[in-house]
Write a protein that binds this ligand. Sequence first.
Ligand SMILES: [Zn+2]
Length: 260
Amino acid sequence: MFASRYLVRFDDICSTMNWRIWAEIESCLHAHDIKPIIAIVPRNRDKKLIVDIPRRDFWERVREWQALGWVIGLHGYEHRMITASGGIVDINPKSEFAGVAREVQYTKLQQAVRIFEDEGVRPDVWVAPWHSFDANTLDVLKRLGIGCVSDGFGMHPWRDELGLLWVPQQQWQFRRIPFGMWTVCHHHNLWNRGELDRFIRDIATFSRQIISFDEVRRRNYGERSALDCLSDVTFHRMLRMRLLVKKPKDQRVDVNRYLE
Ligand SMILES: [Zn+2]
């Protein structure tokens, strides 16, 4: 049995997402009793996330997921690119928040949280669109009572100087690693049958190593270790190399598809 642990995350969850694929994902998650992080766009204005006709019972579903112990992520406000800043994590030069004035960020995030509250849903963790946000974003999140961030690189969670718990997110497909804690982020909107089948296979393979965000949140974590800081730099370089490496056109990694 490996000592490593995995968290499952789904981004770009909104009323117009790909519900056909989602139905199979959801039954797979239930079958293995997996409690994922579900990153919800509170007020979607990104045309790329309009894949299906809007579900009228969307928020009802979200309330059910939260009642089951699934963890609800705040995935920005409108999922609109405002700046070309990579922010703190700096893997994608697109942002709805990084480089935006603090007062504007406060207003947007306050409205985002209000949408959740009006729907009777509590956002547990920050999941930035395009992984991009800055120090002002973190300060505003803290003021709004959101104490966790799902982002960054490293092998273990840590607490920053504001007291926010960072749970790193380092994989976009399950990869076997014998140690550490790994969040595997999925974007199902454009999945085909093969990608869905791979996910279902991966969940069956890794199910005994998958834990819930709540289990992570209950543990005590201190500052980031020197080893984790070093691994941050290494992951960052490896990811950039993987994304930027020249490949024949049909094999090239679609960066946007993975990092939104
Ligand atoms: Zn997104």
